[in-house]
Design a binder for this molecule. Structure first.
Ligand SMILES: [Zn+2]
Length: 771
């Protein structure tokens, strides 16, 4: 069952006569694509409820009485500046044909979400006020201003002045709503001043007056406006971005206003939804990626855009970086789900676990529907192939797919192909590999140790080269290559990345000449301060096989292995520690919204699962330690309390999701080694009575006595367990595949810090052993 059906099932159980899902937005300019997540989340819950036979409604509120409080960069501030502070629905539209500024930008957004098959009832906030439906609530809040202030103080820790009242009238003289302050309420009129300096973005006119707080004379402040809308509309479900969901935040406040003043239950927020970001940024200003809903939605067919939203659980962060392979992968994923839909129609879903997964896939495609889904199986031309054919200038794409299908394409298939051609062109022109922008390339470059050494040498060598001596500059480069002992190709990559931001460039001497010696040295210096600090390793590469090494056979099979090692002596391990418990509690608090889906999306967790698969293990029954610990948190189970050493490093495991093990050094017979077990080797695991036989494909740590852990820190041996009697320990941090040396180093540092904080001790040996 997918997330939205689970939520719908849960909500159905409350048995309300009507469920009303609602979302809202202030149309203060082009609406950012991130706001589409809310629209789709509510559309999905509305549809899922209706399917379950619940009487459901869905609306979208545009808060168009809000003041213009910022100047969009694409508007001429000379022309638009005078409207700052006025309510958006009274400001003229930037284009003809719209009743206001608000309606123009709202309509652009409405068009986008309509195109994604979301059709909520649109509610304009100013019409709600104008109708008089808000009047009684406004009066209630004014009458109970003291109670309102008490809630501000208790919940948001915000003190309001004694003469503060929760209402913003529109100034009768200058028309602004963002600058007025009510200082008196006499039961019929609010008395207000239009303040010159109340806000930084607009200046009031100084007018003083009184007005009845009814109709569209003014509005409630946002935190009260929100629950007032809920009551008037009858909203029972409203989720929002996590910025509103914090303790003391807008939603928390609104819950109190509902209960203590409005006498309603606040809508169910489904725990709030996580961000939808573009290329990792909430607001993307990168060249090429527009940030408005209209721009981003236009680069994908609507059902693919919807699909990306539907399949992402509500409390999982969704990031869409359209560059590289993202778009072709997204189409592939969609096609896989579409195939499941076909299987379902054909009553051919496989049985068991795979069948369940496929049923979910089919459900995701069904909820992603924009245009009616095909009534029977279609031949689906793969997007990636379409793009490749266009790239290779194949001008008969249709016949290519007919050959592949071994039959003529049907009209439906031709239509699908035509659509994919359109979007493949957009993809090729803007987002395929060759279009990656410089900022992304620069970010992708991180100098390794040797490259950093080379760049340092080069900088020193260039200091003695005189300006405009191209030959000497060229010579300086080659000398630095020799000094650093680096392969020329690697050195030149670092050279060009540092000086041009690209992996290639003009001949070295010419490039230095073109930049000038001083500029070159400056660029090399900068690379030292910003990039290199980040790239500099925290710990040396450890070459002490008398303590630990990686078996060559293991290194050959898994060349990506990086193991962090530390020997800490004279630790004092206790049962528990009050300060640590507080630190742990603090961390658990931040994981309140953690779900198994989120855990399954962490790249580190996927990495260990990949390894488990490689070892032939079923990661459903054997969960790598970061996953096992986090799942307890997600399921709100208590964590096991072992001792101050194990508990402390487990916190680092949960934070960084990189697995860590600590062992009693005095119980180990050095040297230790990471190797494949030999046939017949066994391990007596902590908590077990019978030994477990290793498979010869397992990854395991051994000392001279035998194995002391299994599957790369899945479980440890009894004989080397860290207890309150342990005095000296050895730590291993397990890096493999995508878990890089940098991540291993970070976990190594943090586990040393936390262990020495709570258990004391001195670090004797520390470093990284790489395959
Ligand atoms: Zn005024």
């Amino acid at each position: 069952m997918i997330w939205v059906d689970r939520e719908a099932k849960r909500l159905k159980e409350r048995n309300l006569p009507q469920e009303w899902a609602d979302d809202m937005k202030t149309p203060s300019g082009r609406i950012h694509v991130g706001s589409l997540r809310g629209v789709i989340v509510h559309d999905l819950i509305y549809k899922a409820l209706k399917e379950q036979g619940v009487n459901a409604k869905f609306s979208y509120v545009f808060n168009d009485m809000d003041p213009m409080d910022g100047m969009p960069t694409y508007l001429d501030s000379q022309k638009w500046g005078k409207y700052m502070g006025q309510p958006l629905y009274k400001i003229p539209s930037p284009e003809k044909g719209f009743s206001s500024f608000a309606s123009y930008y709202a309509q652009e957004f409405i068009d986008v979400f309509n195109s994604l098959n979301c059709y909520p009832q649109i509610i304009w906030s100013h019409e709600l006020y104008k109708s008089g439906k808000m009047d009684l609530i406004v009066k209630l809040f004014l009458d109970k201003a003291d109670k309102v202030k008490e809630i501000y103080k208790n919940v948001a820790k915000a003190e309001r002045a004694p003469d503060w009242y929760p209402y913003n009238p529109i100034c009768e003289k200058c028309g602004k709503i963002g600058t007025t302050k009510v200082y008196k309420w006499d039961g019929q009129y609010v008395h207000y001043r239009c303040e010159e300096k109340m806000v930084t973005w607009a200046a009031g006119c100084g007018h003083e007056g009184k007005v009845e707080p009814i109709g569209e004379n003014g509005k409630l402040p946002w935190k009260l406006d929100w629950p007032a809308h809920w009551k008037v509309i009858g909203v029972t479900i409203e989720s929002s971005g996590k910025d509103h969901m914090s303790s003391g935040g807008s939603y928390d406040m609104a819950v109190h206003f509902c209960r203590e003043l409005l006498e309603i239950e606040a809508p169910d927020a489904m725990g709030g939804y996580e961000w939808f970001t573009i290329g990792g940024k909430k607001m993307s200003s990168s060249k090429g990626i527009g940030s408005s809903a209209k721009e981003v939605a236009s680069i994908l067919p609507p059902e693919i855009f919807r699909f990306m939203q539907v399949r992402t659980p509500i409390r999982t962060h969704l990031d869409f970086n359209p560059y590289g392979d993202t778009i072709p992968n997204l189409f592939d994923d969609y096609d896989r789900c579409l195939n499941a839909h076909f299987l379902k129609m054909e009553n051919a879903l496989p049985v068991g676990k795979i069948g369940e997964v496929n049923a979910d896939f089919a459900r995701i495609v069904e909820l992603s529907e924009v245009n009616p889904l095909p009534k029977k199986r279609l031949f689906v031309p793969r997007f990636r192939t379409v793009a490749n054919l266009i790239k290779s200038k194949n001008d008969n794409i249709e016949s290519f797919f007919e050959k592949q299908k071994k039959e003529a394409l049907t009209d439906g298939e031709k239509k699908l192909l035509k659509e994919r051609v359109v979007f493949a062109k957009i993809y090729l022109e803007q987002y395929s590999e060759k279009n990656q922008h410089t900022d992304i390339e620069v970010k992708a470059f991180t100098a390794n140790d040797l490259q950093a050494k080379f760049l340092n040498r080069l900088r020193e060598n260039l200091k003695v080269v005189s300006t405009s001596d191209k030959l000497a500059a060229q010579e300086a480069v080659f000398t630095a290559i020799k000094q650093a002992g680096i392969k020329p190709r690697e050195a030149f990559t670092a050279f060009y990345q540092t000086l041009t931001g690209k992996p290639y460039g003009a001949k070295a001497g010419d490039l230095i000449d073109e930049l000038g010696i001083d500029k070159t040295i400056k660029l090399l210096d900068e690379s030292k301060t910003d990039k290199k600090v980040e790239n500099t390793t925290l710990f040396p590469t450890l070459d002490k096989p008398e303590i630990f090494s990686i078996d060559p056979e293991m290194a050959k099979k898994y060349p990506s292995i990086n193991i962090g090692i530390a020997v800490i002596r004279n630790v004092n391990i206790k049962k528990s520690d009050i300060e640590f418990k507080a630190q742990l509690k603090e961390f658990i608090k931040t994981q309140d919204n953690l779900t198994n889906e989120t855990i399954s999306s962490y790249p580190e967790v996927l990495t260990y699962r990949k390894l488990y698969k490689e070892m032939g293990l079923d990661w459903h029954s054997k969960r790598p330690s970061p996953e096992a610990l986090l799942r307890r948190i997600a399921q709100k189970k208590e964590l096991y309390e072992i001792n101050t050493c194990v508990d402390a490093y487990n916190l680092v495991v949960m934070k960084n999701r990189v697995s860590i093990g600590a062992f009693d050094l005095d119980e180990l017979k050095l040297p230790t080694i990471l190797r494949f077990p030999k046939a017949g080797e066994e391990i007596l695991l902590l908590g077990d009575k019978e030994p477990t036989k290793y498979e010869t494909t397992d990854l395991a740590y051994f000392d001279k006595t035998g194995g002391y852990n299994i599957y790369f820190n899945y479980r440890d041996a009894q004989r080397t367990a860290v207890t309150e009697n342990t005095k000296n320990i050895i730590l291993n941090i397990d890096g493999i595949y995508g878990i890089t040396r940098q991540q291993v180093e970070r976990s190594l540092k943090e586990s040393i810090d936390i262990i020495t904080k709570y258990c004391g001790g001195n670090v004797e040996t520390v470093g990284i052993v790489t395959a």
